[in-house]
Design a protein around this ligand. Structure first.
Ligand code: WT7
Length: 627
């Protein structure tokens, strides 16, 4: 672990001077079935990236068998939706038994190494257990956030040709029960690869169990053994696929592989959170996102840490819930998203009263740029001015945290993710792809050298991986973000420079939302952009051309219903404006920068609009918006 600034500089220097040696040294703390000797092969052109190529391992052996001395320590504390329902805790040994039993259930249902398994679950312990069970037997998990619609779910099942879906009989969310099993049933109707639906009992809701297809977990688990040998995996065998949105087309399956992901998530977890034995760590993310994968499940458990998993919502039963949980479990490291911070801040400080937050040592932020006001509120009211804020910048594709302060080592600076972690070589490029070397500049954030948990491909479509990440700037990994580097060399993330909207820390592709809107029969065409939103960071603004303006239709609600049905509630537009036309270039491309300005209530300085085919439409849209 890096303990002070001098060590950080030494680590950083070594990691750049001889990356292979640096990661080879770190990787020696892991349990390998076969030690790797070939550390790194790569090029960013194809791209082709292989870490620890000739090594063999199983990531779950590195959680359980390797951490033997932790057998009786707590691994997971599960905090349910209802504050008065009892917690469930698992020691490493108990968790190990659960994972092995679950793994044997998967085997019994015919799941084999390399098969894809979809996990569509609420935040119950089985979400983590089933991920690890897949890893134990070499199956590839693909967790789908349980707020996604049936059609999003079937797209993912079809894309990876999954054999099995793991779900539950319901999902407690605040005072609602979400019928996730019904969503699965509907999704499977438009797929053909699923053999079984493994169903976990949680809400005891009445659900349909289809004969020979739907299996109750609590029944089948009684028929299997509690021990399961770890499958021998090659370093570059797939560990998981996680779907994420981009600027075009449907979400793509980001692929992470066994060894590099393992090495990098433990490395970043222990350094960024400065986790010490005995600490209690809590990340509020959902396992449906990469943050949950890397920093609820894999990173903490590889380290042998005590990690909290929370089923509920920050505002249920009221806006004190987070602070109550921190107090109750004496949380030492707390990791959440700016949108949650802003939302809780907006409820007022009275919800903090009576809770003791003095156990906190490090507080973190992830998912979107954190504005200065939220940063200050978090720092003063939650961290009580004594906890460094780790503003961690990274992505689904990066697998782990890339740019972040190390608490009490690298100074924090509001709204800055600050400095790259060892092994990370960021670079700013101008729009022509020329490196901007000086400080106090802004540019396109790229990375020039591989780190162990960089994505390897997009599932089933390597060309798309190349085009999305490795073609804009030849020879570099392009993040899609713009960044500023200040005079001290510190990085501040400015947000996406592509057509991706970041709503409450969730990535939403404009094309996806437009496709959903266009499914509504009254819509001719649509264009979607992000706009500044006080709580969500960015909201979604949809400009639509409709067939017949004279019809009395509630477009706002109709369109939101459509988007909820096709993607999920997280992608619902916040605003809909019916317009007579969309600003297009002669080649038919929508000039989104104009729409972005209008959505942000900026009505001048549109820049060069001489290439517009229909410049008059700009004023018409402005007029429509002002009315
Ligand atoms: C995008 C990645 C990986 C965490 C969850 C989101 C934005 C992420 C920060 C931050 C400013 C951030 C970027 C990035 N982002 N963290 N600390 N400061 N922006 O993962 O869904 O893959 O989204 O989230 O725009 O590209 P994701």
């Amino acid at each position: 672990m890096i303990n002070n600034l001098e060590e950080y500089h030494i680590h950083y220097r070594d990691s750049v001077k001889d990356p292979e040696k640096y990661w080879k040294d770190y990787s020696s703390k892991f349990l390998w079935k076969k030690e790797p000797s070939d550390v790194l092969n790569w090029n960013f052109i194809d791209p082709d990236i292989k870490w620890f190529k000739d090594g063999e391992l199983n990531i779950t052996e590195n959680i359980f068998e390797r951490n033997k001395e932790k057998a009786d320590d707590i691994a997971i504390i599960w905090e349910p939706n209802e504050p008065n329902e009892e917690n469930i805790t698992y020691t490493y040994n108990q968790l190990f038994d659960e994972v092995c039993s679950f793994a044997n259930v998967l085997k019994k249902l015919g799941v084999e190494k390399g098969d894809r398994v979809i996990i569509y679950l609420p935040m119950i312990p089985e979400a983590a257990i089933s991920m690890l069970a897949c890893a134990r037997i070499g199956a590839v998990h693909s967790v789908v956030f349980a707020g996604f619609s049936a059609s999003s779910l079937s797209d993912r099942i079809n894309d990876c040709q999954a054999k099995l879906v793991i779900t539950s009989d319901g999902n407690f969310r605040g005072n609602k029960i979400i019928p996730v099993k019904d969503v699965v049933d509907e999704a499977i109707e438009s797929t053909s690869s699923i053999d079984y639906v493994l169903t976990i009992r949680r809400t005891s809701s009445t659900i349909n169990m289809k004969k020979d297809r739907d299996i109750w977990y609590h029944e089948i688990v009684n028929t299997v053994d509690k021990s399961c040998e770890a499958e021998k995996m090659k370093s570059e065998d797939l560990l998981f696929i996680l779907y994420t949105s981009g600027s075009t087309g449907k979400p793509k399956g980001v692929v992470h592989t066994c060894a590099g992901y393992m090495v990098y998530t433990q490395f970043t977890f222990e350094n960024v959170f400065q986790y010490k034995d005995g600490d209690t760590y809590w990340c509020t993310a959902d396992v449906g996102w990469i943050t949950g994968h890397s920093y609820i499940v894999y990173g903490p458990l590889l380290r042998g840490a005590k990690t909290i998993m929370f089923e509920g919502l920050p505002t249920y039963p009221n806006a004190s819930r987070f602070w109550e949980i921190i107090d109750k479990h004496k949380v030492n490291q707390f990791y959440t998203a700016p949108t949650a911070i802003r939302a809780l801040q907006s409820f007022g400080d009275k919800f903090l009263e009576g809770y003791n937050l003095s156990s906190l040592k490090v507080i973190g932020s992830v998912g979107e740029p954190i504005n200065e006001e939220a940063w200050n509120w978090y720092y003063e009211n939650i961290g009580k001015k004594k906890c460094p804020i780790v503003d961690t910048w990274w992505q689904t594709e990066t697998g782990g945290i890339m740019i972040s302060p190390l608490p009490n080592i690298i100074k924090c600076k509001p709204t800055y993710a600050t400095l790259p972690l060892p092994g990370i070589q960021p670079i700013l490029l101008d729009n022509d792809g020329i490196e901007i070397k000086e400080n106090n500049v802004e540019g396109n954030l790229c990375i020039k050298y591989p780190w162990p948990s960089i994505l390897r491909t997009t599932y089933g479509d390597h060309k798309r991986c190349k085009e999305t990440y490795f073609s804009t700037f030849k020879g570099y990994y392009f993040t899609g973000d713009g960044a500023k580097r200040d005079d001290e060399g510190m990085y501040r993330i400015l947000g996406r420079v592509d057509d991706v909207i970041n709503v409450s820390g969730h990535r939403i592709g404009t094309a996806e939302v437009e496709d959903a809107i266009n499914q509504y029969k009254e819509v001719v065409e649509s264009a979607v952009v992000g706009f500044p939103h006080e709580i969500k960071g960015q909201g979604i603004f949809g400009f639509v051309i409709v067939k017949d303006k004279s019809k009395d239709i509630d477009y706002f609600n109709k369109i939101r219903e459509m988007v909820t049905k096709h993607i999920g509630p997280i992608a619902k537009p916040d605003k809909i404006l019916v317009v007579p036309g969309l600003p297009k270039t002669r080649s038919g491309k929508i000039m989104r920068r104009i729409l972005r300005k209008i959505a942000a209530n900026e009505f001048d300085n549109f820049g060069d609009i001489s290439t517009l085919l229909n410049p008059e439409v700009v004023d018409q849209i402005i007029t429509a918006h002002k009315n």
